[in-house]
Ligand binder design. Sequence first.
Ligand SMILES: [Fe+2]
Length: 259
Amino acid sequence: MIKSFDMQDIARRAACPPGQHHRFREKLDEHGFVVLEPGADGGVAPDLDLDAVMSQLGEPVSYGFGTKLDLQPHQGSENLQFSTHAMPLHTDGLFNAGPAVRYIGMRCVAAPRAGGQTLIASNAAFFAHAPADLLDVLRGVTIEYRNRIPGYYRDRPEGGHPQVAPVQDDPVTGRTRLVIGLTDPDDPMRTHDATVVGLGAKESTALLGRIKAVLHQPHVLYAHTWQPGQVIVQDNRQVVHGRAAFPGQPRKLVRLSVA
Ligand SMILES: [Fe+2]
């Protein structure tokens, strides 16, 4: 089969309506994510159970808060996760100690009327659509990340500030992988800072901006509008993710990641 590098096409194929739930693993590994629609599937319970879905894929990953997380706005929180702000595109696991996140599962409990989409960008589509000169530069750099939300992650024993190559050959999938943690330097609630090692502030910001511009192209990015009961599972090695802002509205997702 010829692999698609158009994210809108990939997203259509990643849809998993009732009746196809038994095929979700196959779709997930092929497309990098899957959207499970609630509904009876050949006698299986109509409500999708996040624990049951994720237990088929691996062992839960522990963070500073435990394993399962209610993602919803918290009054007064200084952590971007618990705000209504946009979350820039990123790979999970840049800061957390322990086994690397492979699959991220999210179940929608409450959806905002507008905004709040989960944004998913395909690594394969990124590499297919990024300009050659950008990819050349990215293969030769590392990016340093500085965490700004103590207590959220399980700190790595070595501490410090991880320096991560943005382009990696992934031994698990056999594919080239984008490993990135974009951030909005103007958001006082940002979870972290990112700088390209060896570049001045202006050049570093410009390079990260070029990565963002490619990731946000329609051929690369899918914006999922949630409906309560839906479950999305993402392969953290094949896609990066973020969210759109949803000012003044409720939104609740339950998240469980496995290694
Ligand atoms: Fe994340």
